[in-house]
Write a protein that binds this ligand. Structure first.
Ligand SMILES: C[S@@+](CC[C@H](N)C(=O)[O-])C[C@H]1O[C@@H](n2cnc3c(N)ncnc32)[C@H](O)[C@@H]1O
Length: 474
């Protein structure tokens, strides 16, 4: 495989930017939305070009497994033996040829050949003839028949829905063939754009009306009482009410988590894994911005987003603190040095939210890059970190206080097993049913233990898990 790092981007176009982002997505651990946002800056003035770059990046990452299966018969060597830039260039071209009807085939092929030529200095040789030949063969070859579900159900699901085989296998074992297929299908859908209305600024009904009057198609979410699903026609920042802080972009499932804490005005609440601040800002809204939310996150750069979101939403109760949640002394010291000491020095808090770092396997439709970066071994590593965070924070909660644990994954290792292991080691905690804290429409999402799981939900939400624990009084 080639060791080239960056494709040449002489004149930024949607395709050259998408190619650069796709190559970077393999080398970087950063989420794809951030990589795209930065890379699209030179074309931000051109919404159509920007939309094409976004479509190409997400389209390739969502469907890479299927695309590779289509390309392999017209390659003379395994895809992985090609330079990374050529792999991504072929995938991007194939996505246009196979899935994007509005792009003429000639444009998709010619632009790809041009990109190969532009990148001769990076690649060390001219691949344009090869790219041209492969794409023309792809167009000529009839569509192969899908792998048979009867002969090999894992391979069949894996190819059809572009889910790595280790994950397909796990889902078939855990859920059975039908539900596994639903989970695979969910992971390649284009997610809805959902807003959470900042109810300190507007009611949902009023904001819905405002969106509709601006010509935006908008409807209330079915489960979350504060959500609106929209069909945006441009960047989110151009929506009415953005700079006034009337809303935060957040999936409906995530909107269900902060209310599970049962917060009250005036309380001290620790949000241990807070960046970019979706749940911290929601908690601030729920307490009427009266109280203190200690928003801790290990990544300082991501924590800047918490501060920026609070400023836009007009919230003052959130104190952003850089630190590792596992080391209380360390983040409390940092907080005491740089923030309001009287609040932060309080040793015990009333509520703790651990929205834990996890595999993210429930949000692959939003972060399709994750499925190509992870493997099954990651789950054990996540579990270790999740338990260490819970262990450390259990001491920060006052007797009688509430801890909510949530993940955007429902894999047993990082959900049920974490809670069971934590409860086994902490006799001073007990699990409480989430039933009283969920809207009627979500009651069917409760597990036998009273936890929340939105796996294969019928509302089109992301896949989340949550559990509520109470620390015994003294
Ligand atoms: C699921 S995300 C949190 C999303 C956030 N709660 C929200 O609603 O916007 C998990 C976060 O945990 C942070 N993280 C990972 N390890 C951590 C640790 N040891 N201590 C504190 N934060 C950590 C990551 O930087 C990431 O921002």
């Amino acid at each position: 495989m080639g060791t080239e790092t960056r494709p040449s981007v002489r004149k930024p176009s949607a395709r050259s930017i998408a190619l650069a982002v796709l190559v970077e997505s393999v080398q970087s651990a950063d989420p794809i939305d951030g990589l795209l946002e930065r890379a699209c800056a030179p074309i931000s003035h051109d919404p159509r070009e920007r939309a094409l770059a976004v479509e190409l990046v997400y389209g390739v990452l969502r469907h890479q497994g299927t695309i590779d299966w289509r390309l392999q018969p017209v390659l003379d060597k395994p895809m992985r033996k090609l330079p990374r830039l050529i792999q991504m260039l072929l995938r991007m071209a194939a996505h246009q040829l196979l899935s994007l009807d509005r792009i003429p085939h000639s444009a998709a092929v010619n632009e790809s050949v041009q990109l190969a030529k532009i990148n001769v200095p990076v690649l060390g040789r001219d691949w344009s003839g090869f790219v041209n030949a492969v794409l023309r063969a792809l167009l000529r070859n009839p569509e192969p028949s899908w792998p048979s579900a009867k002969d090999d159900s894992i391979r069949s699901l894996s190819v059809r829905y572009s889910v790595p085989e280790w994950l397909t296998c796990r889902w078939v074992d855990r859920l059975g063939a039908d539900e596994a297929e639903a989970a695979c299908a969910h992971s390649v859908t284009v997610p809805p754009v959902t807003l959470r209305v900042n109810r300190l600024k507007a009611t949902r009904d009023d904001f819905l009306e405002r969106l509709r009057q601006s010509g935006i198609s908008a409807s209330p979410t079915r489960v979350s009482p504060v959500g609106i699903t929209i069909e945006p026609r441009g960047p989110i920042t151009s929506l009415p009410g953005f700079s006034e802080g009337c809303f935060y972009v957040e999936d409906e499932a995530a909107q269900l988590i902060p209310p599970l804490l049962g917060v009250n005005s005036g309380e001290a609440i620790l949000d241990a894994c807070a960046a970019p601040g979706g749940k911290a800002t929601h908690i601030a809204e729920l307490i009427g911005d009266r109280g203190t939310i200690l928003a801790v996150d290990k990544k300082g750069a991501r924590l800047d987003l918490v501060a920026a979101n609070c400023t836009r939403l007009g919230l003052r109760s959130v104190v952003a603190i850089t630190g590792d949640a596992r080391y209380r002394d360390e983040w409390q010291r940092t907080a005491t040095h740089s923030h309001d000491p009287s609040e932060v020095r309080k040793t015990l808090v009333d509520r703790v939210l651990v929205d834990a770092p996890c595999s993210g396997l429930g949000v692959l439709r939003r972060h399709p890059e994750a499925k190509w970066r992870k493997d099954g071994a990651a789950l054990a590593r996540h579990q270790k970190l999740q338990l260490e965070i819970l262990d450390a924070l259990s001491a920060s909660l006052r007797p009688g206080g509430v801890l909510v644990y949530s993940t955007c994954s429902v894999e047993p290792e990082e959900t049920h097993a974490v809670i069971e292991r934590f409860l086994n080691a902490h006799a001073d905690f007990r699990r409480e049913s989430l039933a009283p804290w969920l809207p009627n429409e979500a009651q069917n999402l409760l597990t036998g233990h009273g936890d929340l799981t939105t796996e294969n939900n019928r509302y089109g939400m992301d896949v989340f898990y949550a559990s509520r624990l109470r620390k015994r009084d003294s």
